[in-house]
Write a protein that binds this ligand. Structure first.
Ligand SMILES: [Zn+2]
Length: 278
């Protein structure tokens, strides 16, 4: 039995997951900033198990900004992604963040170049898996890696499943009580594709018996998937019918009371989808 532990970050309400057998751990995603990643490293150290590998599900900053801090604490641990496209996303996103000044607090996560030798060596430190599984040494159950999705919350995303345990780690296909990212990079067609992926997930055999682990927020049963579909449908409806960004904000906050991230994830998503005519 693979143990699945959620480690909740504060910034962006993003989750990391620790998948472990009795002696070893695979860390999935590493939080939005170095300070919180240090706390995560402390947690892993205290746990006393060997960190075998760090796996990053997709190239959004909230899932990999902690890499520098984790690798300082666990220097030889391999960092893995599912596909070359995702590796390229990490590099591209970091280059973009640097270009808009968003990496000044995380300079060690700028891309290493001849001009910036102190930067993070994504090219050599991040490797692409060569089989669609992750394995823990003492555990027979394999962790299946799925990355053949059309663009959705991100252009390229990875989910993990442990079929024997009916565990589905959905990364950012699922948010629970957190406003979802539908900002730049996530257009209406991609939101429709995202809804289709959720539909297919619900049609999976015995979907009602699986546990779903969200990229942001709590885990739960298939209700999480149904709720996510409802959220995206309402997001599409409201941002299509409202003429002002404030109007759309108000209606989405009303429709989803108590959801986290209205001042970042929601505002960027609304502003991207509601273009006010001047
Ligand atoms: Zn995320």
């Amino acid at each position: 039995m693979i143990n699945i532990e959620r480690y909740e970050g504060t910034e962006a309400n993003v989750n990391s997951y620790l998948l472990s057998d009795d002696e070893n751990t695979i860390l999935v995603d590493v939080l939005r900033n170095s300070v919180e990643a240090e706390g995560l490293a402390d947690h892993i150290e205290k746990d006393g198990k060997k960190l075998n590998c760090i796996f990053i599900t997709h190239g959004h900053a909230d899932h990999y900004m902690g890499l520098g801090a984790l690798l300082r604490r666990f220097p030889n641990v391999p960092v893995k992604v599912a596909t070359t496209a995702i590796k390229d996303d990490l590099i591209g996103f970091s280059q973009w963040m640097e270009s808009v000044g968003w990496l000044e607090n995380e300079p060690q996560m700028k891309v290493k170049t001849p001009e910036n030798p102190a930067g993070f060596d994504y090219v050599n430190l991040v490797s692409v898996i060569d089989e669609p599984f992750l394995k823990l040494p003492l555990e027979a159950n394999r962790i299946h890696v799925h990355a053949d999705y059309p663009g959705n919350e991100c252009g390229h995303i990875t989910t993990l499943t442990i079929p024997e345990q009916k565990a589905f780690l959905a990364s950012d296909l699922l948010y629970d009580k957190v406003h979802a990212w539908c900002g730049p990079g996530t257009n209406r067609q991609e939101i429709h594709q995202w809804i289709n992926i959720l539909d297919e997930t619900l049609e999976m055999k015995d979907a009602d018996k699986w546990t779903f682990y969200a990229g942001h927020g709590q885990s739960g049963d298939q209700t999480l998937v149904t709720n996510m579909k409802g959220y995206l449908q309402q997001f599409l409806d409201i941002t299509e019918s409202e003429k002002t960004q404030q109007g759309a904000m108000d209606r989405l906050i009303d429709a989803f009371p108590g959801f986290a991230q209205e001042d970042f994830l929601l505002i960027h998503s609304v502003n991207y989808h509601v273009k006010e005519s001047t």
